[in-house]
Design a protein around this ligand. Structure first.
Ligand SMILES: [Zn+2]
Length: 278
């Protein structure tokens, strides 16, 4: 097991005793009737095994991106336990990442996990060159040897089909698709165990999307990291993932093999989602 989430919730605003009980898929609402807080994620349990590729689908507001942010600690969960392989205390016991101090947080975000955002501005530093972005990530993960950093930057730029002659160019001088490729290079350069992707190809031209999805798939096969892909686009989920969970009002309503979920959905909400009525 590489990721284990237990009873994880995220409430935006005041957290009253009714927030979790009176929201969710069954009542078709994410707003607490008592205190009016928005419940982004409601009591989610999720596991990910080594090398597994998991998709999360759902409408906007279903909590799928929030869930990803809780794993990467872009946002702090209100309640629950999140365990990540190799994140342990001094005695070697697994430790809830919600209790991480700043050093540990840096280790989590720079060594164990990486995130690829829909908007490359969130994943790349525009004041650094393409190579500088990769170097930043490698250095943050603990490797400070100049030769190795340079070698790794060249390796991943080549892997993601960015001309290595452009290593010193700044992100803004690359196309949208190339900026995503640089984000992928940067994310993988620290050898993360888990790669998180939030709508990685949304907003790109279809032909560019297809190439980037193929690239992600190839790299995952080759390197073998585990991956969680959040997308509203079922085509992306079908292309990339083995297992899919469906979220509604902050809760998981269905999970299964991706082909099964998309071809023979059991939950009425998934049926609507798949038939694109939503
Ligand atoms: Zn409440």
């Amino acid at each position: 097991m590489i990721l284990d989430m237990k009873n994880v919730s995220k409430v935006f605003g005041r957290f009253c005793p009714k927030c979790l009980e009176e929201t969710g898929a069954n009542v078709n609402s994410s707003i607490c009737p008592s205190c009016k807080s928005v419940v982004g994620v409601n009591n989610v349990n999720l596991t990910l095994s080594q090398g597994e590729v998991l998709g999360i689908v759902g409408e906007s507001g279903s909590g799928k991106s929030t869930l990803l942010q809780l794993i990467y600690q872009d946002q702090k969960a209100s309640l629950g336990d999140i365990f990540v392989k190799d994140f342990v205390d001094k005695e070697g016991n697994r430790k809830n990442i919600l209790d991480a101090n700043l050093n540990e947080l840096s280790y989590l975000r720079n060594s164990l996990m990486s995130m690829i955002y829909q908007n490359p501005r969130l994943g790349l530093n525009y004041k650094f060159s393409a190579g500088g972005n990769i170097a930043e990530k490698v250095i943050m993960s603990g490797n400070k040897k100049y030769d190795e950093i340079r070698k790794r930057a060249l390796y991943f730029l080549e892997k993601t089909e960015i001309p290595v002659s452009r290593i010193d160019d700044y992100p803004e001088y690359f196309s949208g698709g190339q900026q995503q490729r640089i984000q992928i290079s940067k994310a993988l350069s620290s050898n993360p165990k888990i790669l998180l992707l939030d709508e990685p190809t949304t907003g790109l031209d279809l032909s560019v999307q297809a190439k980037i999805l193929d690239l992600i798939k190839e790299l995952q096969h080759e390197i073998g990291f585990a991956m969680i892909v959040v997308s509203h686009d079922l085509g992306v989920i079908k292309h990339l993932t083995d297992i899919t969970v469906v979220m509604k009002n902050g809760q998981i309503v269905e999970r299964g093999l991706t082909d099964q979920v998309l071809e023979d959905p059991q939950h009425s909400y998934t049926q609507l989602l798949v038939s694109s009525i939503l």
